[in-house]
Write a protein that binds this ligand. Structure first.
Ligand SMILES: NC(=O)c1ccc[n+]([C@@H]2O[C@H](COP(=O)([O-])OP(=O)(O)OC[C@H]3O[C@@H](n4cnc5c(N)ncnc54)[C@H](O)[C@@H]3O)[C@@H](O)[C@H]2O)c1
Length: 327
C-alpha cells in the first residue's frame, strides 16, 4: 500500500495529455509535491494551467529531457520523490518520421528511471508502457501474456523498455511495475502534428472538411477515457502491483475506427461522405484488452461510455477553439 496523500512524485511527460491529468489528480488527492519533467516536445503549458492556478505551490515544472541521467538525478536530489510515474514519450506517429529516435527515446527514458531507482534516488517506479507492444491481436481479449509483436519502432521501444524494467527487477529487486494502457482519448489530447484519430477527426470537421477514413475502417481499438485511466493508475499506485508485472488498462470493449468516426460525426452533426485513404502502414488490425489482472488487484476499472466521453471531448475542442480562435 502506498499513499498519494502527502507523497512526493515526479511525472515525466507531465505536460502531455495523460500526464497533465495525472498531475491534476495527484495534486487534488493531496500529494505534497509534484515535479513535472517535460521537454515540451508535445507538452503544453495550457495542459498544466489549471494545476498551476489551483496548486502552484505544490507543483514544479522542469523543462528538460527526462532521458538525461544527470538532469533526472538533479531533479530527484532536489525533489526527494517517493515515486516516479514515467509517461514521457514521443508519439507513435513520430516513429515514421524518425524510427530510430522513437525507439531510442522510449528505452532511454526508462533506463534513466531504472538507474536512478537502482541508486536509491527514489523508492518506486510506475512505468507507462502501451498496448502497442502487442501488435495486432492474435487472440481476443488480449491478456498480458499476449506475444510482443510490435508493429512500429515506437512500440518496439516500449517493449524494450518493459523487458529492461523486468530484468532490473530480477537483478536488483527493485520496486518497479508496468501499466499498459490501451487507446486513450479525452480533453487535452494533442491535435496538432503526430495527432491520433479522434483529435484529427474533430479538427477536420471543425475546419469544414470530411472525416478521413483510412483502410476499410474495420480495424478496432479499445478506447478508454483518460480520466478512467488516471483513476486506475492511482489505484495501481495505492494497491501496489506485483514487481516487474505488466497490467493492461482498457475498457475491454472493441470499437471499429468506422464506428468511432460515425460517433464523432453524429455528435458534430456531420452527415456527408468520408474522404477515403489507403490503410496506414503498420496499423494494428485488432485491439481489445483483457483487464482481468488489473481488476483482480484494483477492482473494477471505471469505463465512461464512449459516446459520453466523446461528447465531452468534442465540446472541449470546440470551446477551446472558440476561446482561442483555433480551428
Ligand atoms: N494516449 C494513448 O492512447 C496511450 C496509449 C497507451 C500508452 N500511452 C502511454 O502513455 C504515456 C503518455 O502518453 P500521452 O498520450 O499523454 O502522450 P503525450 O505525447 O501527450 O505526452 C508525452 C509527453 O512526453 C514529453 N516528452 C517527450 N520526450 C520527452 C523527453 N525526452 N523528456 C521529457 N519529456 C518528454 C512530451 O513533450 C509530452 O508532453 C506515454 O508513455 C504513452 O506511450 C498512451
Amino acid at each position: 500500500m502506498s499513499r498519494i496523500e502527502n507523497g512526493r512524485f515526479v511525472v515525466t511527460g507531465g505536460a502531455g495529455f495523460i500526464g497533465s491529468h495525472l498531475v491534476d489528480a495527484l495534486l487534488a488527492r493531496g500529494a505534497a509535491k509534484v515535479a513535472v519533467v517535460d521537454n515540451f516536445f508535445l507538452g503544453k503549458d495550457e495542459n498544466l494551467a489549471a494545476a498551476v492556478a489551483a496548486h502552484g505551490d505544490r507543483l514544479t515544472v522542469y523543462r528538460d529531457d527526462a532521458s538525461d541521467f544527470h538532469t533526472m538525478a538533479a531533479v530527484c536530489d532536489r525533489e526527494k520523490p517517493d515515486g516516479v510515474f514515467n509517461l514521457a514519450t514521443k508519439a507513435l506517429a513520430y516513429s515514421f518520421f524518425n524510427p530510430a529516435g522513437a525507439y531510442d527515446v522510449n528505452t532511454a527514458l526508462t533506463l534513466t528511471c531504472l538507474e536512478l531507482l537502482r541508486k536509491g534516488a527514489y523508492g518506486r517506479l510506475l512505468h507507462l508502457s502501451s498496448s502497442e507492444v502487442y501488435g495486432s491481436a492474435q487472440t481476443v481479449p488480449m491478456d498480458e501474456n499476449h506475444p510482443l509483436l510490435a508493429e512500429t519502432t515506437y512500440a518496439a521501444g516500449k517493449a524494450g523498455a518493459d523487458l529492461a524494467l523486468q530484468s532490473y527487477v530480477r537483478m536488483f529487486k527493485l520496486d518497479a511495475s508496468i501499466v499498459r494502457p490501451f487507446n486513450n482519448y479525452g480533453t487535452r489530447q494533442n491535435d496538432q502534428a503526430f495527432a491520433a484519430v479522434i483529435p484529427i477527426t474533430v479538427r477536420r470537421i471543425m475546419a469544414g472538411k470530411p472525416p478521413l477514413l483510412e483502410g476499410d475502417g474495420a480495424q478496432t481499438r479499445d478506447f478508454i477515457y483518460v480520466l478512467d485511466t488516471v483513476d486506475a493508475i492511482l489505484r495501481v499506485w495505492q494497491k501496489g502491483a506485483r514487481r516487474g508485472e505488466a497490467m493492461n488498462l482498457g475498457s475491454g470493449k472493441e470499437t471499429s475506427i468506422k464506428a468511432l468516426i460515425d460517433a464523432i460525426a453524429a455528435i458534430m452533426g456531420f452527415s456527408g461522405e468520408y474522404e477515403r485513404a489507403p490503410e496506414r502502414v503498420s496499423d494494428v488490425r485488432r485491439h481489445c484488452a483483457s483487464v482481468a489482472r488489473a481488476e483482480g488487484i484494483i477492482g473494477t476499472i471505471a469505463t465512461t461510455p464512449l459516446e459520453v466521453g466523446l461528447k465531452t471531448t468534442v465540446e472541449w475542442y470546440l470551446a477551446r477553439a472558440k476561446a482561442g480562435g483555433r480551428a
